[in-house]
Write a protein of this length. Structure first.
Length: 314
């Protein structure tokens, strides 16, 4: 990792708190940990919400889950708790709306919202929410090359690969076990956010490697997957892709074969009704015979034996 920060995530939840106090305590927590907001629950039901927070050297990460509610950041709240930051929200589940002076935007899972946290807004989640939030100080955002002014929010379809990679990096950092310190690649998270906001490919080679591996996993069943396809899919040259994998101690063909064999072993080890040939096809092997040979060569076991033993256990 290009930069690591040892830290322990902090978890806060309204679950189990007195219903009449939940909103006030939720607002207090967010004002201290993330961004000051006014909140109200929908349908006259008690707010059920959980937030996992992690403060890094240049950014703050959070994972938020909640029942249907609305949050507002009015002028009075901005004056009371200024953030001097850019807020990035990656919707994972549940549709949402974002209202500001510039109008209303509807957000779907997989979309990234980038806004100035010190401009008034209202956000609503009529069916609940699950999202990742990243708060980045204005100076850090400018130093990273982010859009220098955000008079209006950006809604970015970052692309399935970049979105999944960003979600995986942040989710890994925000594992809910509070006793476990984690090592966070902060550079990768920030570069993915800024590059998505700018509509360009990430700059860091470590990010390219992470995104390329996500692309491989998304297309593993395609027998035509190649270095050229991966490079085009993530927006870099094939030569640079080869250098990125070499710096990681492997090559594109070797990594691709390894991931296909790992997935095949997982499928075989789960038993089920799929044959060895069907598992091979699901993992991108054009030939069942070639798959069987490679599997035996790599694991020292016959694919058929692994499948039979798994079925016998179940």
């Amino acid at each position: 990792m290009t930069s690591g920060t040892a830290a322990a995530p902090v978890r806060f939840s309204t679950t189990g708190l007195p219903e009449a106090e939940r909103i006030a305590l939720w607002e207090e927590h967010n004002a201290q940990a993330l961004i000051g907001l006014r909140c109200r629950s929908l349908h006259d039901t008690a707010l059920d919400a959980t937030e996992i927070n992690l403060q890094l050297s240049r950014a703050h990460l959070a994972r938020v889950l909640g029942s249907p509610h609305i949050v507002e950041r009015p002028d009075a709240e901005i004056r009371r708790v200024p953030s001097d930051a850019v807020a990035c929200y990656l919707t994972l589940a549940g549709d949402a709306f974002f209202y500001c002076d510039d109008g209303v935007r509807l957000l779907r899972p997989g979309q990234l919202l980038v806004c100035d946290a010190d401009q008034p807004f209202v956000r609503g989640f009529s069916h609940g929410l699950e999202e990742l939030a990243v708060k980045i100080p204005h100076q850090v955002w400018r130093d990273l090359g982010g859009p220098p002014a955000l008079p209006r929010p950006l809604v970015v379809d970052a692309g399935a690969v970049h979105t999944r990679t960003l979600a995986a990096l942040v989710a890994q950092a925000l594992r809910p076990e509070p006793s476990d310190a984690v090592l966070v690649d902060e550079d990768a998270v920030l570069d993915l956010l800024v590059s998505s906001a700018n509509g360009r490919a990430p700059a860091l080679s470590t990010v390219h490697l992470t995104v390329a591996k996500t692309y491989v996993d998304d297309h593993l069943a395609d027998p035509g997957l190649s270095a050229a396809r991966i490079a085009r899919g993530i927006g870099i040259s094939e030569r640079h892709l080869s250098r990125v994998f070499a710096a990681g101690g492997t090559s594109v063909p070797r990594y691709l074969l390894g991931r296909r064999l790992e997935r095949a072993r997982t499928l075989l080890g789960a038993g089920g009704e799929a044959t060895v040939a069907e598992v091979a096809a699901r993992c991108g092997f054009a030939s069942a015979a070639h798959f069987s040979h490679r599997f035996k060569e790599h694991y020292g076991l016959r694919a058929g034996d692994v499948l039979r033993e798994a079925r016998a256990r179940s």
